[in-house]
Design a protein around this ligand. Structure first.
Ligand SMILES: NC(=O)c1ccc[n+]([C@@H]2O[C@H](COP(=O)([O-])OP(=O)(O)OC[C@H]3O[C@@H](n4cnc5c(N)ncnc54)[C@H](OP(=O)(O)O)[C@@H]3O)[C@@H](O)[C@H]2O)c1
Length: 262
């Protein structure tokens, strides 16, 4: 099946992490060129770039919570590539410790919203400004939400609230704004359940966590990053995703919700 991604330029934020790296590999397999964004994981991103090949992958560093850093990153990317066709808004954090709202500090709440939601705003804003400056028909934004946006997540209300805002408010507003600058532009969101990546690996060592995470899933499996990457590529593809916008796509093996009373 032809994805029509060959020759396109795709920016992947958090490409130094598990899902971002899988997304980058999947884009390159379709013939796209990727910009591998990283923050502290420069060595991981550089290793991925050398695996993918210098002509296919370039690096971009930024703290995506920092407005100046994000704007400077977009300037460098545009100066290097001239035109960017899509962005995958994937970078994020999940604080492993369970903290109910009654015990949560304002500092934690703000830190999570900054890192998971404000970073998405700044990343999308940079891309939309680029689309405005360099007109074209098609463009794609794929945001990475979470099942925490769909079902909530006790002990992680900061994360759940940030992901819900991104998955619904941001995705569905941007799908109507992007067409003002790219008439066939699309904005979609993929919501994974648990995925075996560095973010989740400590928690997933506990069989009790795996049981609770999978027992409302008919498929009863922790996802691999590639399970998410294939859906991201399908939505980013101007051929496969040509008429799909504003979709919030769960990639969670049929999960029905949370086990409240284990
Ligand atoms: N794993 C799961 O179970 C799961 C489930 C649902 C949703 N998700 C979502 O999927 C996305 C990717 O997660 P993952 O599992 O691949 O996690 P990961 O392996 O921990 O990767 C997280 C990525 O986010 C980047 N990042 C974190 N804070 C940043 C900041 N302030 N500025 C710039 N980049 C920053 C990291 O960059 P550096 O390492 O370079 O600093 C890293 O590349 C996240 O949005 C996450 O919420 C994950």
């Amino acid at each position: 099946m032809n994805t029509s991604l060959a020759g396109t330029v795709q920016v992947v934020t958090g490409a130094s992490g598990g899902i971002g790296a899988a997304v980058a590999r999947a884009f390159v397999a379709e013939g796209a060129r990727v910009v591998l964004h990283h923050h502290r994981g420069g060595e991981r991103a550089a290793a991925l770039a050398s695996e993918l090949g210098g002509r296919r992958a370039t690096l971009a560093r930024a703290d995506l919570t920092d407005e100046r850093d994000v704007d400077a990153m977009w300037e460098r990317i545009v100066a290097t590539h001239g035109r960017v066709d899509g962005v995958v808004v994937n970078a994020g954090i999940w604080i492993a410790e369970e903290v109910p709202v009654c015990d949560m500090s304002l500092a934690q709440w703000r830190h999570t919203l900054d890192t998971d939601l404000t970073s998405a705003f700044l990343t999308c804003r940079g891309f939309l400004r680029h689309l405005k400056a360099v007109p074209r028909d098609d463009a794609s934004i794929v945001l990475i939400g979470s099942t925490a946006a769909l079902f909530g997540e006790a002990g992680h209300a900061d994360y759940s609230a940030a992901k819900a805002a991104m998955s619904y408010g941001l995705t569905r507003s941007l799908k109507n704004e992007i067409v003002r600058v790219a008439p066939r532009g699309r904005v979609n969101c993929v919501c994974p359940g648990w995925v075996a990546t560095p973010m989740a690996e400590d928690a997933l060592r506990d069989p009790g966590v795996v049981h609770r995470a999978t027992c409302t899933m008919p498929m009863r499996k922790v996802a691999q990053p590639e399970d998410v990457a294939s859906m991201v590529v399908a939505l980013a593809s101007p051929a496969l995703g040509a008429h799909v916008s504003g979709v919030v796509l769960p990639v969670h093996g049929g999960m029905e919700g949370r086990l409240l009373h284990p």
